[in-house]
Design a protein around this ligand. Structure first.
Ligand SMILES: [Zn+2]
Length: 483
C-alpha cells in the first residue's frame, strides 16, 4: 500500500515533468545506470563475491565510562556464492569485553550459527541465504545494488537532491526484514553516496559511502559509515573485495565443535518469589528484582518494561505499594531504558554521581537533585534488606552490585548470568574482572541471578567459569584474524 501510494505520487509527478516517459522507465533508467557504474555483467553475472571490512565500533551508551566513548575494533568477512546459493558472514570483534569470533553460514541447505571462541555450532532456521549478514549488507554499497536488483519491481524513484554539493537521484525500495531503503545515486557517476532508512525508535539512519574503487571490474566504497541520529556508530575504515575468487572452503562446518545447550524459555512474563518479600520478575532479556521494604518497594534492573514487571510483582504478591527507590546498576543505554518509567512511578534513583547525567538523559524533563540518592562506596536500603557496592569492572568503571544479605544473593547485570538450562556461560573480560572485584568485597555469596539470565548460579560457578580464563585466540584456520 505504501509503495503503491509512492508509485502513484511518482507517476503523477512524472506526468507533469516528463510526459513522454512511461511509469517505470525512470526507475529502469536509474537502475541501468547504477548497474553499469558497479560493473554491469561483472557484478550481475559474478559467481562469487567476498568482502572484507576493517571496522571501528563506537560504543555510544555502552562505554565503561559515562563521559568517554569507547571505540572497539572488528573485522568482518562476507562471502556470497551465487552459483550454489551459499553464504558466510564471519565477524572478529575485539573490545573491552574480550575477543569474539562468530560465523553465520548458509551452506545451500541449512543455516548454522558458529561460535569459534566457544567452539560451538548449531542449526539456526533464521539464518537463510537472504537473511545472513542483513545489517552488514546495508553498510556495503555493492550489496545494496544486489538488494535493489532483487526488489527492482518495487523500486520507486524520488526527487533529485543535492548531496555533498552534487546532484543525486534518489530511489526507494524494500529489503527483507527492514524498513524501506532510500539510496542517493550520484547523477554523474551512478555510484551510491548514501542510503537512509527510518527506525521508529531513533529516527533516520544514515549509511554514507566514500572512496569508491574498482576491483575485478566491480565498484565498491572503500570506506563507509553508519550514523544514528547523525552521530557515527560504525565506521568501515578499510574494505577490500574479490569477485569470482575460490570460495569453496568458506562454507565448511567445523565437525569437532559441540552443540550449545538449550536455553530456558523466557518469552512469558514470570514472577518468582525468591524469599519472603523478595521478587524476581521479567521476560525475554530484561529482568528486575523487587524488595518489599514494608510500606514500599526497592527495585534494581532497569530495562524498558519496568512498569509491567512491577505490576506483575504487585499482582502476584497481592499488595499495592509504591516503588520508592530504583537502584541503577550502571549507565548503559539498555539498562536505563526503563528509567523514565521509574520516574513516573515516583522512584528516587540510587546511583553514583557519574551516572546522573545518562539517567537524566532518559527523562523528557530533568528531575530535581532530590530524586537522586548518590552512593559513595556502598549503601544500605530497604531496612537493611538490600546492600549496594560500587565496584569497577572492564564493563563499567562504576557498577552497583546489588546484594541481598538475608539470601546471600547477588543481582547482576551483564557480568555473570545465563539462560542456559545447564552448563556455564563462556567467560570474557567482563566476567573475569567481575570475579576479581566481587572476591575483593569478601561477601558471603551463595547465588547470582541476572538482569538477562534467569538461572541461579553460585560463587563456585563464577570461579569455575573464569578459572584459567584468557582471551579467545584466533584459530589457525581462520584468515579473518590471523596476524
Ligand atoms: Zn552494560
Amino acid at each position: 500500500m505504501k509503495i503503491k501510494n509512492k508509485l502513484l505520487a511518482a507517476v503523477s509527478c512524472l506526468a507533469i515533468l516528463t510526459p513522454a516517459v512511461l511509469a517505470g522507465d525512470r526507475e529502469d533508467a536509474l537502475i541501468e545506470k547504477i548497474v553499469a557504474a558497479y560493473g554491469g555483467d561483472a557484478l550481475t553475472k559474478a559467481k562469487s563475491l567476498s568482502i572484507e571490512s576493517g571496522i571501528r565500533n563506537i560504543a555510544i551508551g555502552q562505554s565503561p565510562s559515562a563521559t568517554e566513548t569507547d571505540i572497539a575494533t572488528s573485522k568482518t568477512k562476507l562471502v556470497i556464492d551465487f552459483e550454489n546459493q551459499r553464504k558466510s558472514f564471519e565477524s572478529w570483534n575485539k573490545n573491552r569485553g574480550g575477543v569474539f569470533l562468530n560465523q553465520a553460514v548458509f551452506d545451500g541447505e541449512a543455516g548454522y550459527a558458529i561460535n569459534h571462541g566457544a567452539r560451538t555450532s548449531a542449526v539456526n532456521a533464521n539464518l537463510t541465504f537472504d537473511g545472513i549478514g542483513g545489517g552488514s549488507l546495508r553498510t556495503f554499497d555493492t550489496t545494496l545494488v544486489l538488494v535493489l536488483l532483487n526488489n527492482k519491481d518495487n523500486a520507486v524513484s524520488g526527487e533529485d537532491v543535492k548531496y555533498r554539493n552534487r546532484m543525486h537521484e534518489t530511489m526507494t525500495f524494500p529489503m527483507l526484514g527492514s524498513p524501506d531503503l532510500t539510496i542517493y545515486v550520484d547523477k554523474e557517476s551512478g555510484l551510491i553516496s548514501k542510503m537512509t532508512r527510518e527506525n521508529p525508535a531513533v529516527g533516520t539512519l544514515h549509511y554514507v559511502f566514500n572512496d569508491h574503487k574498482m576491483q575485478d571490474g566491480v565498484a565498491y566504497a572503500g570506506q563507509s559509515s553508519f550514523l544514528v541520529a547523525g552521530q557515527p556508530n560504525t565506521m568501515i575504515v578499510d574494505r577490500s573485495i574479490r569477485v569470482n575468487g575460490d570460495v569453496s572452503d568458506e562454507f565448511a562446518l567445523p565437525e569437532e565443535y559441540s552443540v550449545p545447550g538449550a536455553n530456558i524459555n523466557t518469552s512469558e512474563m514470570m514472577v518468582r518469589e525468591l524469599t519472603n518479600g523478595v521478587y524476581y520478575a521479567g521476560q525475554n532479556g530484561g529482568f528486575s528484582i523487587f524488595v518489599d521494604a514494608g510500606d514500599h518497594f526497592v527495585a534494581a534492573g532497569g530495562y524498558a518494561g519496568l512498569t509491567a514487571r512491577f505490576d506483575a510483582v504487585k499482582a502476584a504478591a497481592g499488595v499495592d505499594k509504591p516503588l520508592k527507590q530504583q537502584i541503577v546498576t550502571h549507565h548503559h543505554a539498555d539498562h536505563i531504558g526503563g528509567m523514565a518509567e521509574a520516574a513516573t512511578l515516583g522512584a528516587t534513583f540510587v546511583t553514583v554521581a557519574e551516572h546522573v547525567a545518562p539517567i537524566q538523559g532518559q527523562m523528557a524533563n530533568a528531575l530535581p537533585d532530590s530524586r537522586f540518592e548518590l552512593v559513595t562506596g556502598d549503601g544500605t536500603f530497604a531496612n537493611g534488606k538490600v546492600q549496594v557496592f560500587d565496584i569497577a569492572t572492564t564493563h563499567s568503571d562504576h557498577y552497583l552490585l546489588v546484594y541481598i544479605p538475608e539470601m546471600r544473593l547477588v543481582f547482576s547485570a551483564d557480568h555473570f548470568s545465563t539462560n542456559l538450562e545447564e552448563g556455564l556461560p563462556p567467560a570474557n573480560n567482563n566476567m573475569a574482572s567481575f570475579r576479581t572485584a566481587v572476591e575483593a568485597l569478601n561477601l558471603d555469596i551463595d547465588g547470582f541471578i541476572g538482569a538477562h539470565g534467569t538461572r541461579q548460579l553460585t560463587m563456585q560457578d563464577l570461579r569455575a567459569a573464569t578459572e584459567g580464563y584468557s582471551e579467545v585466540r584466533c584459530p589457525a584456520n581462520r584468515n579473518i584474524c590471523s596476524e
